[in-house]
Ligand binder design. Structure first.
Ligand SMILES: O=P(O)(O)OC[C@@H](O)[C@@H](O)c1c[nH]c2ccccc12
Length: 255
């Protein structure tokens, strides 16, 4: 599944590059101000709420709301930041960043498979405040290069790991925000005990986010008590009976 997604992505990027070369829009790019990481660091706890309408494993997850409506509910109920899917396998598109940005003051993470520096410029051009870098699909060289490109654009990176090996690799880079993904991208199954298993190996220099498979306030509390700084939640929010209330519950101690 992951290989298939990446192959498609490469084709898509090549097409995009020929349709709209970087030199056609790079003058329109304004530098970011790292407000995504700043927002997370200044709070005791961070809820990154994901506007996720579908996933490759489960198909459609939410048809009652649009991305913008979800963003408004999350914003009104205490989320710290938002995550917006732009990959087609999640029913996402790049324009969603601009649309969501128009209805919220919260910083936005572009959720996609970043495998080319072109996408980093494109992310900032679209108005993203942060990008996701997935260690499983990037070499050390790519990780270092992309962290540097993002830094020059004032964009934050949430660097995602799933295994101990990936965590150790990432801790040798300049990454500050590290997401432990509880979802195995090979099988798409989730287990939040992955975060607890990797925790003893995490350097005190990194800000830790637990991602995926977080279902309720109890999961959020367990992660907070273990010393995690925040969580990234999609399904647990969009599939909740009352999304606003679940947002408040997972935002825990925030107002
Ligand atoms: O819907 P969940 O289980 O709460 O997961 C959200 C988020 O972590 C997930 O969408 C995600 C995290 N990393 C990814 C990489 C690719 C695709 C998806 C993801």
């Amino acid at each position: 599944m992951l290989n298939e997604i990446i192959t498609k992505k490469r084709r898509e990027i090549a097409m995009q590059k020929s349709k709209r070369p970087l030199d056609q829009f790079d003058k329109e790019i304004t530098r970011g101000d790292f407000r995504f990481s700043k927002g997370i660091k200044k709070n005791p706890w961070a809820l990154i709420a994901e506007c996720k309408l579908a996933s490759p494993a489960k198909g459609e997850l939410c048809n009652a709301y649009t991305e913008c409506e979800l963003a408004q509910i999350y914003t009104a109920n205490g989320a710290t930041a938002l995550s917006v899917h732009t990959d087609q396998h999640f029913k996402g598109k790049l324009e969603n960043i601009k649309m969501v940005k128009a209805v919220t003051h919260l910083p936005i993470l572009r959720k996609d498979f970043i495998i080319d520096a072109y996408q980093i410029y494109e992310s900032r051009w679209a108005g993203a405040d942060a990008i996701l870098l997935i260690a499983a699909v990037l070499s050390d060289e790519e990780l270092n290069e992309y962290l540097e490109v993002a830094a020059t654009l004032g964009l934050d990176c949430l660097v995602e790991v799933h295994t101990l090996e990936e965590l150790l690799r990432v801790q040798r880079t300049s990454a500050v925000l590290v997401g432990i993904n509880n979802r195995d991208l090979k099988t798409f199954t989730t287990d939040i005990s992955n975060t607890f298993a990797l925790l003893p190996y995490c350097s005190s220099k990194i800000v830790l986010i637990s991602e995926s498979g977080i279902k309720n306030q109890e999961d959020a509390k367990r992660l907070q008590e273990a010393g995690i700084k925040g969580i990234l939640v999609g399904e647990g929010l969009v599939c909740a009976h009352d999304i606003g209330r679940m947002t408040q519950e997972m935002a825990l101690c925030q107002g």
